[in-house]
Design a protein around this ligand. Structure first.
Ligand SMILES: [Mg+2]
Length: 272
């Protein structure tokens, strides 16, 4: 695919920033919140909750091959019968986003860095949460690629039991985040921008391996996997450190290699 036909290449950026949403931009997982917050939970789902969460969050190759991840995620969300618009209002009232993300967002806009949010959550929820945080709809430089919502049994989504998740693609995660990055990673060296990724979960690893550097959330399993697989990474606690490092990469003050090396040294130092 040529660079000019790729949507995030239109402004000819030097960096494209791909990022996970839940637990990375938000401080907690919005899907977990929905399932845990509502009293109408199906008892079967509740009893099975630890196992379901395990299947969803851990990259279990056998489960992935059978498509179990996607089914468990659907089961989990199907247990929420609250009308979709009420779910959004609840989430807006309760979900906290990393306060430093706004600063990153504004800097990215001024410095021609497209932000691509890749999520296994649902686009209308993510848009609404961004709108609440930013005070307006996200500008063009922020794009959301996620699953959608659709009517269940022909009902209005804003009625009791009226909605269900509509998967973005047929991958076993419902949304294979690496698909969106691959065409950019395959661009020839003279036009290919630096590709960065921020995430907090093991499911972010395959997507991150298509990019040049992963910002991995401190204290999560992801860090251990990165070390094991040799994925270049650095640890972040908030978007304030992501912003500082991305600024330095854009200005050429540091190289990706140096950031990754320091990231590894910091993790080793903390272990000892
Ligand atoms: Mg996440």
């Amino acid at each position: 695919m040529s660079a000019s036909s790729l949507p995030y290449m239109k402004s000819n950026p030097k960096i494209i920033f791909f990022t996970d949403f839940d637990g990375t931009i938000t401080l907690q997982d919005s899907n977990d919140f929905l399932v845990i917050a509502y009293p109408e939970l199906d008892a079967r789902i509740l009893a099975d909750w630890p196992r379901l969460r395990q299947i969803i969050s851990v990259m279990d190759k056998e489960n992935v091959a059978k498509g179990t991840s996607t089914d468990a995620f659907r089961d989990m969300l199907d247990s929420v019968k609250t009308p979709f618009n009420e779910c959004i209002e609840q989430l807006k009232r309760n979900m906290k986003l990393d306060p430093y993300f706004v600063e990153f967002y504004n800097w990215a806009k001024e410095n021609n860095v497209p932000i691509v949010v890749l999520s296994s959550g649902m686009t209308p929820i993510i848009s609404a949460l961004f709108e609440a945080l930013l005070g307006h709809k996200p500008d063009e430089h922020l794009q959301i690629v996620a699953n959608d919502v659709e009517s269940r049994d022909g009902k209005d989504i804003n009625t009791e039991g009226g909605w269900q998740i509509k998967y973005h693609d047929d991958s076993h995660f419902g949304h294979d985040k690496s698909l969106e990055i691959k065409p950019y990673a395959a661009l020839p060296d003279n036009v290919r921008p630096t590709l960065l990724y921020a995430g907090d979960g093991v499911s972010d690893l395959s997507a991150a391996s298509e990019t040049d550097l992963l910002f991995a959330k401190k204290g999560r399993d992801l860090v251990t996997y990165c070390e094991r697989q040799g994925t270049p990474f650095t640890v972040f606690e908030s978007w304030s450190s992501i912003l500082a490092t991305t600024k330095d990469i854009l200005s050429g003050k540091v190289t990706i290699k140096k950031v990754a090396q320091e990231g590894l040294e910091t993790v080793h130092k903390e272990k000892n």
